[in-house]
Design a protein around this ligand. Structure first.
Ligand SMILES: CC(C)(COP(=O)(O)OP(=O)(O)OC[C@H]1O[C@@H](n2cnc3c(N)ncnc32)[C@H](O)[C@@H]1OP(=O)(O)O)[C@@H](O)C(=O)NCCC(=O)NCCS
Length: 425
Protein backbone atom coordinates (compact mmCIF):
# COMPACT_ATOMS: atom_id res chain seq x y z
CA UNK A 1 0.00 0.00 0.00
CA UNK A 2 1.45 3.36 -0.94
CA UNK A 3 1.84 5.95 1.81
CA UNK A 4 2.25 9.69 1.66
CA UNK A 5 2.95 12.69 3.88
CA UNK A 6 0.97 15.91 3.86
CA UNK A 7 2.65 19.27 3.67
CA UNK A 8 0.52 22.18 4.79
CA UNK A 9 1.57 25.70 3.86
CA UNK A 10 -0.62 28.78 4.01
CA UNK A 11 -3.69 26.58 4.41
CA UNK A 12 -2.91 24.58 1.25
CA UNK A 13 -2.29 20.85 1.50
CA UNK A 14 0.18 18.99 -0.67
CA UNK A 15 0.70 15.26 -0.72
CA UNK A 16 4.12 13.70 -1.23
CA UNK A 17 4.77 9.94 -1.58
CA UNK A 18 6.79 8.02 1.02
CA UNK A 19 9.44 5.59 -0.26
CA UNK A 20 10.49 2.60 1.88
CA UNK A 21 13.84 0.83 1.71
CA UNK A 22 14.21 -2.91 2.28
CA UNK A 23 15.69 -2.33 5.77
CA UNK A 24 12.88 -0.01 6.83
CA UNK A 25 14.46 3.38 6.00
CA UNK A 26 11.93 5.96 4.89
CA UNK A 27 12.19 8.89 2.51
CA UNK A 28 9.82 11.55 1.30
CA UNK A 29 9.89 11.72 -2.48
CA UNK A 30 10.20 15.45 -3.11
CA UNK A 31 10.82 15.21 -6.86
CA UNK A 32 7.45 16.91 -7.58
CA UNK A 33 7.68 19.40 -4.69
CA UNK A 34 8.73 22.40 -6.76
CA UNK A 35 6.22 21.69 -9.47
CA UNK A 36 3.40 21.34 -6.89
CA UNK A 37 4.42 24.04 -4.40
CA UNK A 38 7.19 26.25 -5.83
CA UNK A 39 9.51 25.12 -3.00
CA UNK A 40 12.84 23.35 -3.22
CA UNK A 41 14.51 21.65 -0.25
CA UNK A 42 17.71 22.98 1.30
CA UNK A 43 20.18 20.52 2.81
CA UNK A 44 23.74 21.83 2.84
CA UNK A 45 26.24 18.99 2.41
CA UNK A 46 23.32 16.66 1.49
CA UNK A 47 23.43 15.30 5.04
CA UNK A 48 19.74 14.37 4.94
CA UNK A 49 19.29 13.87 1.22
CA UNK A 50 18.96 10.55 -0.56
CA UNK A 51 20.43 10.98 -4.04
CA UNK A 52 19.33 7.60 -5.39
CA UNK A 53 17.79 4.22 -4.59
CA UNK A 54 20.57 1.64 -4.40
CA UNK A 55 20.74 -2.12 -3.88
CA UNK A 56 24.49 -2.29 -3.29
CA UNK A 57 25.49 -1.37 0.26
CA UNK A 58 23.53 -1.06 3.48
CA UNK A 59 24.83 0.98 6.40
CA UNK A 60 23.10 1.45 9.72
CA UNK A 61 25.13 4.22 11.33
CA UNK A 62 23.36 4.00 14.68
CA UNK A 63 23.95 0.27 15.05
CA UNK A 64 27.34 0.15 13.31
CA UNK A 65 26.24 -2.21 10.50
CA UNK A 66 27.84 -2.46 7.06
CA UNK A 67 26.72 -5.01 4.44
CA UNK A 68 27.58 -5.44 0.76
CA UNK A 69 24.66 -6.89 -1.22
CA UNK A 70 23.24 -8.05 2.13
CA UNK A 71 26.40 -9.82 3.35
CA UNK A 72 27.95 -8.43 6.58
CA UNK A 73 31.39 -6.98 5.92
CA UNK A 74 32.74 -8.99 8.86
CA UNK A 75 31.90 -12.23 7.00
CA UNK A 76 33.49 -11.00 3.80
CA UNK A 77 36.63 -9.91 5.64
CA UNK A 78 36.84 -13.35 7.22
CA UNK A 79 36.04 -15.57 4.25
CA UNK A 80 36.11 -13.76 0.89
CA UNK A 81 38.89 -12.70 -1.43
CA UNK A 82 39.02 -9.13 -2.69
CA UNK A 83 38.27 -10.38 -6.20
CA UNK A 84 35.11 -12.16 -4.97
CA UNK A 85 34.06 -9.01 -3.13
CA UNK A 86 34.59 -6.91 -6.25
CA UNK A 87 32.56 -9.38 -8.30
CA UNK A 88 29.81 -9.36 -5.66
CA UNK A 89 29.56 -5.57 -5.64
CA UNK A 90 29.63 -5.17 -9.40
CA UNK A 91 27.47 -8.15 -10.39
CA UNK A 92 25.13 -8.31 -7.40
CA UNK A 93 26.03 -11.83 -6.27
CA UNK A 94 29.02 -13.97 -5.35
CA UNK A 95 30.67 -15.68 -8.33
CA UNK A 96 30.59 -19.43 -8.91
CA UNK A 97 33.96 -21.15 -9.14
CA UNK A 98 33.88 -20.98 -12.96
CA UNK A 99 32.89 -17.32 -12.95
CA UNK A 100 35.68 -16.49 -10.55
CA UNK A 101 38.22 -18.33 -12.68
CA UNK A 102 37.06 -16.47 -15.78
CA UNK A 103 37.21 -13.16 -13.88
CA UNK A 104 40.77 -13.93 -12.69
CA UNK A 105 41.91 -14.79 -16.22
CA UNK A 106 40.50 -11.50 -17.52
CA UNK A 107 42.13 -9.49 -14.73
CA UNK A 108 45.44 -11.16 -15.48
CA UNK A 109 45.14 -10.57 -19.24
CA UNK A 110 44.55 -6.86 -18.74
CA UNK A 111 47.03 -6.19 -15.97
CA UNK A 112 49.73 -4.59 -18.12
CA UNK A 113 49.60 -0.89 -18.92
CA UNK A 114 50.60 0.60 -22.24
CA UNK A 115 54.36 1.13 -22.19
CA UNK A 116 53.93 4.67 -23.55
CA UNK A 117 52.21 5.64 -20.29
CA UNK A 118 55.58 5.34 -18.57
CA UNK A 119 56.60 8.61 -20.23
CA UNK A 120 53.93 10.46 -18.22
CA UNK A 121 55.23 9.08 -14.97
CA UNK A 122 58.77 9.97 -15.78
CA UNK A 123 57.80 13.58 -16.41
CA UNK A 124 55.75 14.27 -13.29
CA UNK A 125 57.81 16.23 -10.78
CA UNK A 126 59.24 13.83 -8.19
CA UNK A 127 57.37 15.68 -5.45
CA UNK A 128 53.93 15.00 -7.03
CA UNK A 129 51.40 13.35 -4.76
CA UNK A 130 50.58 9.83 -6.03
CA UNK A 131 46.82 10.56 -5.78
CA UNK A 132 47.15 13.39 -8.30
CA UNK A 133 49.18 11.11 -10.55
CA UNK A 134 46.69 8.24 -10.22
CA UNK A 135 43.72 10.47 -11.00
CA UNK A 136 45.47 11.80 -14.14
CA UNK A 137 46.62 8.37 -15.29
CA UNK A 138 43.18 6.81 -14.90
CA UNK A 139 41.70 9.62 -16.99
CA UNK A 140 44.48 9.13 -19.55
CA UNK A 141 43.58 5.43 -19.96
CA UNK A 142 40.81 6.37 -22.39
CA UNK A 143 43.34 7.74 -24.87
CA UNK A 144 45.28 4.50 -24.79
CA UNK A 145 42.26 2.20 -24.88
CA UNK A 146 39.73 3.71 -27.28
CA UNK A 147 36.01 3.05 -27.05
CA UNK A 148 34.61 -0.21 -28.46
CA UNK A 149 31.55 -0.16 -30.69
CA UNK A 150 29.42 -2.62 -28.70
CA UNK A 151 28.20 -0.86 -25.55
CA UNK A 152 28.00 -3.95 -23.32
CA UNK A 153 31.45 -5.10 -24.44
CA UNK A 154 32.81 -1.58 -23.92
CA UNK A 155 31.47 -1.44 -20.36
CA UNK A 156 32.75 -4.90 -19.42
CA UNK A 157 36.15 -4.22 -20.93
CA UNK A 158 36.50 -0.85 -19.21
CA UNK A 159 35.52 -2.34 -15.85
CA UNK A 160 38.05 -5.17 -16.24
CA UNK A 161 40.77 -2.84 -17.41
CA UNK A 162 40.25 -0.47 -14.53
CA UNK A 163 40.19 -3.18 -11.85
CA UNK A 164 43.30 -4.75 -13.22
CA UNK A 165 45.36 -1.78 -14.37
CA UNK A 166 44.81 0.49 -11.39
CA UNK A 167 46.98 -1.82 -9.29
CA UNK A 168 49.73 -1.72 -11.88
CA UNK A 169 49.46 2.07 -12.25
CA UNK A 170 49.74 2.54 -8.48
CA UNK A 171 52.77 0.29 -8.10
CA UNK A 172 54.38 1.89 -11.15
CA UNK A 173 54.06 5.36 -9.64
CA UNK A 174 55.77 4.16 -6.47
CA UNK A 175 58.65 2.48 -8.28
CA UNK A 176 59.24 5.43 -10.60
CA UNK A 177 59.04 7.95 -7.75
CA UNK A 178 61.88 6.06 -6.09
CA UNK A 179 63.87 5.81 -9.31
CA UNK A 180 63.66 2.00 -9.14
CA UNK A 181 63.23 -0.61 -11.82
CA UNK A 182 59.58 -1.26 -12.63
CA UNK A 183 58.19 -4.68 -11.68
CA UNK A 184 55.57 -6.21 -14.01
CA UNK A 185 52.47 -8.11 -12.86
CA UNK A 186 52.90 -11.88 -12.62
CA UNK A 187 50.28 -14.35 -13.87
CA UNK A 188 50.98 -16.81 -11.04
CA UNK A 189 50.12 -14.33 -8.29
CA UNK A 190 46.68 -13.49 -6.91
CA UNK A 191 45.34 -9.91 -6.86
CA UNK A 192 46.77 -8.72 -3.52
CA UNK A 193 50.04 -10.67 -3.75
CA UNK A 194 50.62 -9.33 -7.24
CA UNK A 195 50.30 -5.75 -6.05
CA UNK A 196 52.66 -6.29 -3.11
CA UNK A 197 55.17 -7.93 -5.42
CA UNK A 198 55.00 -5.05 -7.93
CA UNK A 199 55.54 -2.60 -5.06
CA UNK A 200 58.37 -4.29 -3.23
CA UNK A 201 60.18 -6.80 -5.40
CA UNK A 202 63.64 -5.66 -6.41
CA UNK A 203 66.47 -7.21 -8.46
CA UNK A 204 68.72 -7.04 -5.41
CA UNK A 205 66.15 -8.10 -2.81
CA UNK A 206 63.45 -10.48 -4.05
CA UNK A 207 60.18 -9.86 -2.20
CA UNK A 208 59.04 -12.69 0.01
CA UNK A 209 55.29 -12.87 0.27
CA UNK A 210 54.02 -13.33 3.81
CA UNK A 211 50.50 -14.72 4.05
CA UNK A 212 49.61 -12.47 7.01
CA UNK A 213 50.73 -9.38 5.10
CA UNK A 214 48.69 -10.47 2.08
CA UNK A 215 45.72 -11.10 4.36
CA UNK A 216 46.06 -7.66 5.96
CA UNK A 217 45.97 -5.99 2.55
CA UNK A 218 43.05 -8.16 1.43
CA UNK A 219 41.04 -7.24 4.52
CA UNK A 220 41.97 -3.56 4.15
CA UNK A 221 40.71 -3.59 0.55
CA UNK A 222 37.52 -5.51 1.38
CA UNK A 223 36.68 -3.06 4.19
CA UNK A 224 37.12 -0.15 1.80
CA UNK A 225 35.34 -1.71 -1.18
CA UNK A 226 32.13 0.32 -0.90
CA UNK A 227 30.41 2.70 1.46
CA UNK A 228 27.22 3.79 -0.30
CA UNK A 229 26.83 7.47 -1.21
CA UNK A 230 30.02 8.90 0.35
CA UNK A 231 31.77 11.95 -1.12
CA UNK A 232 33.89 10.19 -3.78
CA UNK A 233 31.12 7.78 -4.78
CA UNK A 234 28.74 10.70 -5.16
CA UNK A 235 31.43 12.39 -7.26
CA UNK A 236 31.60 9.30 -9.48
CA UNK A 237 27.81 9.25 -9.83
CA UNK A 238 27.60 13.00 -10.37
CA UNK A 239 30.35 13.20 -12.98
CA UNK A 240 29.13 9.93 -14.52
CA UNK A 241 25.61 11.39 -14.79
CA UNK A 242 26.94 13.75 -17.47
CA UNK A 243 27.63 10.53 -19.40
CA UNK A 244 31.40 10.92 -19.40
CA UNK A 245 33.50 7.76 -19.76
CA UNK A 246 33.90 5.53 -16.75
CA UNK A 247 37.61 6.48 -16.72
CA UNK A 248 36.71 10.16 -16.26
CA UNK A 249 34.13 9.38 -13.57
CA UNK A 250 36.62 7.23 -11.61
CA UNK A 251 39.27 9.89 -12.02
CA UNK A 252 36.87 12.36 -10.37
CA UNK A 253 36.25 9.85 -7.57
CA UNK A 254 40.00 9.56 -6.96
CA UNK A 255 40.30 13.36 -6.81
CA UNK A 256 37.48 13.54 -4.22
CA UNK A 257 38.95 10.72 -2.17
CA UNK A 258 42.25 12.58 -1.91
CA UNK A 259 40.75 15.14 0.51
CA UNK A 260 41.80 14.92 4.18
CA UNK A 261 38.17 14.86 5.32
CA UNK A 262 37.62 11.77 3.20
CA UNK A 263 40.18 9.16 2.08
CA UNK A 264 43.13 11.41 2.82
CA UNK A 265 42.32 10.97 6.51
CA UNK A 266 44.39 7.77 6.76
CA UNK A 267 47.53 9.74 5.88
CA UNK A 268 46.44 12.62 8.13
CA UNK A 269 46.01 10.21 11.08
CA UNK A 270 49.60 8.99 10.85
CA UNK A 271 50.85 12.58 10.55
CA UNK A 272 48.78 13.57 13.60
CA UNK A 273 49.91 10.55 15.67
CA UNK A 274 53.55 11.19 14.73
CA UNK A 275 53.24 14.81 15.83
CA UNK A 276 51.64 13.75 19.10
CA UNK A 277 54.45 11.22 19.63
CA UNK A 278 57.08 13.84 18.93
CA UNK A 279 55.63 16.54 21.14
CA UNK A 280 54.18 14.13 23.72
CA UNK A 281 50.97 16.17 23.78
CA UNK A 282 48.10 13.68 23.72
CA UNK A 283 45.84 15.54 26.18
CA UNK A 284 46.53 18.81 24.38
CA UNK A 285 45.44 17.24 21.08
CA UNK A 286 42.12 16.23 22.65
CA UNK A 287 41.66 19.72 24.10
CA UNK A 288 42.46 21.34 20.76
CA UNK A 289 39.95 19.04 18.97
CA UNK A 290 37.26 20.28 21.37
CA UNK A 291 38.13 23.94 21.01
CA UNK A 292 35.73 25.57 18.55
CA UNK A 293 38.20 28.38 17.83
CA UNK A 294 40.83 25.87 16.74
CA UNK A 295 40.36 24.23 13.31
CA UNK A 296 42.21 21.12 14.53
CA UNK A 297 40.17 17.90 14.58
CA UNK A 298 41.07 14.45 15.79
CA UNK A 299 41.75 12.79 12.46
CA UNK A 300 40.28 9.31 12.15
CA UNK A 301 37.46 10.27 14.50
CA UNK A 302 33.85 10.96 13.62
CA UNK A 303 31.78 10.04 10.63
CA UNK A 304 28.86 11.51 8.73
CA UNK A 305 26.88 8.26 8.96
CA UNK A 306 28.30 6.23 11.86
CA UNK A 307 27.18 7.53 15.20
CA UNK A 308 28.45 4.31 16.80
CA UNK A 309 31.78 2.48 16.49
CA UNK A 310 32.63 2.06 12.80
CA UNK A 311 32.55 -1.75 12.23
CA UNK A 312 35.53 -1.42 9.88
CA UNK A 313 37.59 0.30 12.59
CA UNK A 314 36.93 -2.62 14.95
CA UNK A 315 38.33 -5.09 12.39
CA UNK A 316 41.24 -2.77 11.51
CA UNK A 317 42.20 -2.39 15.18
CA UNK A 318 42.39 -6.18 15.63
CA UNK A 319 44.31 -6.43 12.36
CA UNK A 320 46.84 -3.85 13.59
CA UNK A 321 47.52 -5.95 16.71
CA UNK A 322 47.81 -9.14 14.68
CA UNK A 323 50.07 -7.83 11.92
CA UNK A 324 52.41 -6.03 14.27
CA UNK A 325 52.72 -9.14 16.45
CA UNK A 326 53.32 -11.37 13.41
CA UNK A 327 55.94 -9.08 11.92
CA UNK A 328 57.48 -8.52 15.34
CA UNK A 329 57.09 -4.76 15.00
CA UNK A 330 56.57 -2.43 17.90
CA UNK A 331 54.97 0.76 16.58
CA UNK A 332 54.67 3.50 19.20
CA UNK A 333 51.91 5.05 17.07
CA UNK A 334 49.64 2.06 17.80
CA UNK A 335 50.02 2.63 21.55
CA UNK A 336 49.33 6.34 21.10
CA UNK A 337 46.27 5.58 18.96
CA UNK A 338 44.85 3.20 21.57
CA UNK A 339 45.49 5.64 24.40
CA UNK A 340 44.00 8.51 22.41
CA UNK A 341 40.92 6.43 21.69
CA UNK A 342 40.55 5.60 25.37
CA UNK A 343 40.81 9.25 26.43
CA UNK A 344 38.42 10.45 23.71
CA UNK A 345 35.79 7.80 24.31
CA UNK A 346 35.59 8.80 27.99
CA UNK A 347 35.40 12.50 27.20
CA UNK A 348 31.98 14.21 27.38
CA UNK A 349 32.58 16.16 24.14
CA UNK A 350 33.22 12.99 22.12
CA UNK A 351 30.36 11.15 23.85
CA UNK A 352 27.86 13.95 23.20
CA UNK A 353 28.99 14.36 19.58
CA UNK A 354 28.91 10.57 18.99
CA UNK A 355 32.51 10.62 17.80
CA UNK A 356 34.16 7.20 17.53
CA UNK A 357 37.23 6.00 15.65
CA UNK A 358 36.51 5.52 11.95
CA UNK A 359 38.20 3.09 9.56
CA UNK A 360 41.12 5.46 9.01
CA UNK A 361 42.14 5.57 12.65
CA UNK A 362 43.91 2.19 12.64
CA UNK A 363 44.29 1.46 8.92
CA UNK A 364 47.40 3.63 8.50
CA UNK A 365 49.16 1.69 11.24
CA UNK A 366 48.46 -1.58 9.39
CA UNK A 367 49.63 -0.11 6.07
CA UNK A 368 52.79 1.25 7.67
CA UNK A 369 53.54 -2.14 9.19
CA UNK A 370 53.31 -3.88 5.81
CA UNK A 371 55.70 -1.34 4.28
CA UNK A 372 53.35 1.04 2.45
CA UNK A 373 54.77 4.59 2.46
CA UNK A 374 52.48 7.21 4.01
CA UNK A 375 51.86 9.13 0.79
CA UNK A 376 50.55 5.91 -0.83
CA UNK A 377 47.91 5.25 1.86
CA UNK A 378 45.11 7.01 0.02
CA UNK A 379 46.12 5.31 -3.23
CA UNK A 380 45.60 1.99 -1.45
CA UNK A 381 42.18 3.22 -0.34
CA UNK A 382 41.38 4.13 -3.97
CA UNK A 383 42.28 0.64 -5.22
CA UNK A 384 40.01 -0.82 -2.54
CA UNK A 385 37.13 1.55 -3.31
CA UNK A 386 37.29 0.96 -7.06
CA UNK A 387 34.79 -1.96 -7.17
CA UNK A 388 32.29 0.15 -5.20
CA UNK A 389 32.69 3.14 -7.53
CA UNK A 390 32.23 0.87 -10.54
CA UNK A 391 29.18 -0.86 -9.04
CA UNK A 392 27.57 2.47 -8.16
CA UNK A 393 28.29 3.93 -11.59
CA UNK A 394 26.87 0.84 -13.27
CA UNK A 395 23.76 0.94 -11.13
CA UNK A 396 23.27 4.62 -11.95
CA UNK A 397 23.55 4.16 -15.71
CA UNK A 398 21.20 1.13 -15.62
CA UNK A 399 18.63 3.03 -13.53
CA UNK A 400 15.51 3.70 -15.63
CA UNK A 401 14.92 6.80 -13.48
CA UNK A 402 18.44 8.07 -14.31
CA UNK A 403 18.83 11.83 -14.47
CA UNK A 404 21.67 14.28 -14.85
CA UNK A 405 22.78 15.33 -11.33
CA UNK A 406 21.91 18.95 -11.08
CA UNK A 407 20.98 20.29 -7.62
CA UNK A 408 19.31 23.65 -7.17
CA UNK A 409 20.21 26.48 -4.81
CA UNK A 410 18.72 29.33 -2.85
CA UNK A 411 20.25 32.43 -4.34
CA UNK A 412 21.27 34.96 -1.67
CA UNK A 413 23.35 37.34 -3.81
CA UNK A 414 22.53 40.90 -4.89
CA UNK A 415 19.30 41.65 -6.72
CA UNK A 416 19.56 42.89 -10.30
CA UNK A 417 22.08 45.71 -10.51
CA UNK A 418 23.38 47.56 -13.57
CA UNK A 419 26.83 47.20 -15.08
CA UNK A 420 29.10 50.12 -14.17
CA UNK A 421 31.68 51.17 -16.79
CA UNK A 422 35.27 50.81 -15.53
CA UNK A 423 35.98 54.59 -15.27
CA UNK A 424 32.93 55.13 -13.06
CA UNK A 425 33.69 52.43 -10.46
C1 LIG B 1 34.18 12.78 8.94
C2 LIG B 1 33.63 14.17 9.27
C3 LIG B 1 34.00 15.09 8.11
C4 LIG B 1 32.12 14.06 9.38
O1 LIG B 1 31.65 15.29 9.62
P1 LIG B 1 30.12 15.78 9.61
O2 LIG B 1 29.17 14.68 9.60
O3 LIG B 1 30.02 16.79 8.52
O4 LIG B 1 30.04 16.43 11.00
P2 LIG B 1 30.45 17.91 11.36
O5 LIG B 1 31.72 18.31 10.69
O6 LIG B 1 29.23 18.74 11.14
O7 LIG B 1 30.70 17.75 12.90
C5 LIG B 1 29.68 17.58 13.84
C6 LIG B 1 30.21 18.04 15.16
O8 LIG B 1 31.22 17.12 15.62
C7 LIG B 1 32.48 17.78 15.73
N1 LIG B 1 33.48 16.89 15.15
C8 LIG B 1 33.31 16.05 14.10
N2 LIG B 1 34.43 15.35 13.90
C9 LIG B 1 35.31 15.76 14.81
C10 LIG B 1 36.65 15.40 15.08
N3 LIG B 1 37.27 14.48 14.36
N4 LIG B 1 37.28 16.03 16.09
C11 LIG B 1 36.66 16.95 16.82
N5 LIG B 1 35.37 17.34 16.63
C12 LIG B 1 34.72 16.74 15.63
C13 LIG B 1 32.35 19.05 14.90
O9 LIG B 1 33.23 20.05 15.37
C14 LIG B 1 30.91 19.40 15.13
O10 LIG B 1 30.78 19.98 16.41
P3 LIG B 1 29.60 21.07 16.74
O11 LIG B 1 28.31 20.42 16.33
O12 LIG B 1 29.74 21.28 18.21
O13 LIG B 1 29.95 22.27 15.91
C15 LIG B 1 34.21 14.70 10.60
O14 LIG B 1 33.85 13.84 11.66
C16 LIG B 1 35.73 14.88 10.54
O15 LIG B 1 36.21 15.93 10.07
N6 LIG B 1 36.52 13.85 10.99
C17 LIG B 1 37.94 13.92 10.88
C18 LIG B 1 38.38 13.51 9.48
C19 LIG B 1 38.22 12.04 9.24
O16 LIG B 1 38.59 11.21 10.05
N7 LIG B 1 37.65 11.69 8.07
C20 LIG B 1 37.48 10.32 7.64
C21 LIG B 1 36.05 9.94 7.56
S1 LIG B 1 35.89 8.21 7.21
Amino acid sequence: MSESVKLIYNGNEFELPVIFGSEGERAIDISTLREKTGFITLDTGYANTGSCESAITYINGEKGILRYRGIPVEQLAEHATFKETAYLLINGRLPTREELTRFSVLLNDHSLVHEDMRAFYENFPRSSHPMGILSSMVNALRSFYPELQNLEEEINMTVTRLLSKVRTLAALSYKISRGHKVVYPRPDLAYCSNFLNMMFDSPVRPYELDEDVVRALRVFWILHADHEQNCSTSAVRLVGSARVTLYAAISAGIAALWGPLHGGANQAVIEMLSEIAEKKNMKKAVERAKDKKDPFRLMGFGHRVYKAYDPRARIMKKMADKVLAKLNISDPLLDIAKELEEIALKDDYFIEHHLYPNVDFYSGIVLRAIGIPTNMFTVLFAIGRLPGWIAQWRESIDDPKWKLYRPRQIYIGPKETSFVPIDER
